[in-house]
Design a protein around this ligand. Structure first.
Ligand SMILES: Cc1ncc(COP(=O)(O)O)c(C=O)c1O
Length: 376
């Protein structure tokens, strides 16, 4: 059994994927090309955004978003304490400071209360300039954008949505990727929309931001083209081969994969209700279940279940074992008295189970039986 069965998905989409790859090979359009253009249009339409700029991976997409926000030395960037390091890494890279915020107890996404408390603490101290907020739709579950948008507006902060795990999820009828002045996503193979290597994308509704991202992705190119460099940028682009793979996958995601993920999550929820803390999806939200994470009673119970799953040959993961503030690289970042009770508790008790749209009922039953057996 696979944690995420990319082979099963390939077999379902093989004819289209193979034909598209063949077209790329026949035309030798490896950089740029018609699939990249078509994909950008379809991704923007999928999220209800005006522009989509594809790039080399989700980490680059975030770094470019930080560059557009103008994050620099002396700035504070507010990020959730429970995420993957890509969400927060560019702050330090640009000489700014990551100010971590706790997550909510139920959705595990950025807590609006902790965010506002941290912004006020930074303002009260008067050393750093609050600049941006990175809201991460962790595990595929959307953040509370009504609350976060209002806070960003109140304090004049640049909102970046990190939708690396949430492509296909939605918040109050709007798809993830549609929030913030910029949203970013990742096409890492294991993501809800994954390619066959690395890939990423940036979304915005603003024409100037679109122009700036396209310039930054190509060494800061100017109106005269790639040898007319007007700013410092990076080299970050999505290969035509990856776009060729992503187009049929995007169609499948919209047509049936999002629904299939709901079915898998529902069966897990029913099986584990009352035995573990099962995931919470707020009203009006649809998670795309990048991960299905349970909380055990304690670290000891979690580790005992994991060790039983290993013996039973059931793949499992811990996303994530360490909150950002406790990572060696961030230990010196100021916490402003925040003790991150929810993030610490989540990381100490969480474990994730196989979750993908091709998980058969009988396979899932094996997972459920092994988890419940591990509880004994
Ligand atoms: C929340 C989050 N943000 C950003 C990224 C970075 O994406 P990539 O691996 O494509 O660089 C990831 C990847 O795991 C992620 O989980």
């Amino acid at each position: 059994m696979q944690f995420i069965d990319l082979q099963a998905q390939y077999q379902a989409l093989k004819t289209e994927i193979d034909a598209n790859i063949h077209t790329v090979l026949e035309t030798s359009q490896f950089i740029g090309g018609s699939f990249v253009k078509e994909l950008e249009q379809q991704l923007a339409a999928f999220c209800g955004r005006k522009h989509c700029i594809t790039c080399a991976n989700g980490t680059d997409a975030l770094q470019i978003a930080y560059m557009v926000a103008g994050v620099k030395e002396g700035d504070a960037v507010f990020c959730p304490d429970m995420t993957f390091i890509s969400s927060t890494e560019p702050a330090k890279m640009f000489g700014a400071v990551s100010v971590f915020c706790d997550i909510t107890k139920d959705t595990y996404t950025l807590s609006p209360e902790s965010l506002e408390k941290q912004i006020q603490a930074v303002l009260a101290e008067g050393k750093l300039t609050p600049k941006a907020v990175v809201a991460v739709d962790i595990l595929g579950n959307p953040c509370d954008y009504d609350a976060i948008d209002a806070i960003c507006e109140k304090y004049g902060l640049f909102l970046i949505e990190d939708a690396a795990q949430s492509f296909g999820a939605s918040y109050k009828g709007k798809r993830c990727g549609a929030f913030g002045r910029i949203a970013t996503t990742s096409f890492f193979p294991a993501k809800p929309l994954g390619c066959y290597g690395d890939g990423g994308a940036i979304f915005t509704d603003e024409d100037e931001v679109d122009d700036l991202c396209r310039s930054l992705c190509v060494h800061g190119k100017g109106p005269g083209g790639k040898y007319d460099n007007i700013r410092v940028g990076v080299n970050s682009r999505l290969d035509n081969l990856q776009a060729a793979v992503l187009l049929p996958k995007l169609k499948a995601l919209g047509a049936y994969e999002i629904d299939a993920r709901q079915e898998v999550a529902k069966r897990y929820n029913e099986a584990f209700a009352g035995k573990f803390v099962t995931p919470f999806v707020a009203e009006g939200c649809v998670s795309v279940w990048a991960q299905y994470a349970l909380l055990a009673d304690s670290t000891a119970q979690r580790d005992a279940v994991i060790s039983h799953l290993k013996e039973a040959g059931i793949p499992n993961m811990v996303y994530y074992p360490t909150p950002q503030h406790a990572l060696p690289v961030f230990r010196d970042e100021p916490c402003y008295g925040e003790t991150f009770p929810n993030a610490n508790d989540y990381c100490a008790r969480t474990f994730s189970l196989p979750m993908h749209p091709y998980l058969k009922e009988e396979e899932q039953q094996k997972v459920i039986d092994a988890v419940l057996e591990g509880l004994k």
